[in-house]
Write a protein that binds this ligand. Sequence first.
Ligand SMILES: [Zn+2]
Ligand SMILES: [Zn+2]
Length: 314
Amino acid sequence: MEKYNILLYYCYSHIEDPEAFREEHHRFCLEHRILGRIIVAEEGLNGTVSGLEEDCKAYMAHLKADPRFASIDFKVEENDKHAFQKLHVRVKPEIVHSSLRHIKPTERTGQHLSPEEFKKLKDAEDVVVLDVRSNYEHMMGKFKNAVTLDIENFRDFPEKIKEMEQELKGKKILTYCTGGIKCEKASAYLLEQGFENVYQLHGGIIKYGIEAGGEDFEGKCYVFDNRVAVDVNKVNPKIISTCHVCGTISGRMVNCANPVCNLHVPICENCGWELEGACSAECKEHPEKRPYDGTGYYQKEMNGYNPFKGLVRK
Ligand SMILES: [Zn+2]
Ligand SMILES: [Zn+2]
């Protein structure tokens, strides 16, 4: 069987002409059969891509050969196929959408902790472990004892932090996200707000899973590719999500079979068959309902589509 890799990476580094870089980079990806999503901005690069192992190696070598991106820390995962159907290389104002455009992590950001350092520090007494991701991500999985934010989008992060000032004051704040990119700005923002002891998990949950066994991460980690969610904890895994229909513990993530709804929620095996893959009796009766094969996964709908759009926190 052919071996594929999934790469997750980002790099804050100045790109003088993002449009020109985009053209050239897009061509390189096509030539190397790389699929996925890459965002190019003046402030840097952010990508999640998949390809054959040797193509991914060439891709990483190509970026690292460029002095602007020599410091990229790739998170490399193995897979038996592509994790995307298409390739998108886009120029955007920021490499991660935030309301913190003025912040430059290259100038100042929270102290980076390696996965092992994070593991050692996270349970200390004066520490707050802060999940900077959105509802649809942390409801699927998070670090044990982490503080989560009720936000639908990273743009709402600053506003939430203002509400939490008392809770965070005087504490060591350890931020984490999926691959580390959001923490670069989130931790810089915390410093800007006057918090002094701010740390960030370098490489995020994904690297922590690879290098520290994922210890104490409960549930699954939401990812931005066709896998939707991955297991990261090989030490003490725990399922934290409950069936959207009956409330029993279930880590089985399903897209509602009604394509108009397409809600992405945990639904247990029994309820899945009972509702034929729909999230509710109403969706089960929808005229466009897709046939249910027991997986709750509909390939075409996933591409460039946020399965959590419109998801309401229960
Ligand atoms: Zn159920
Ligand atoms: Zn539905």
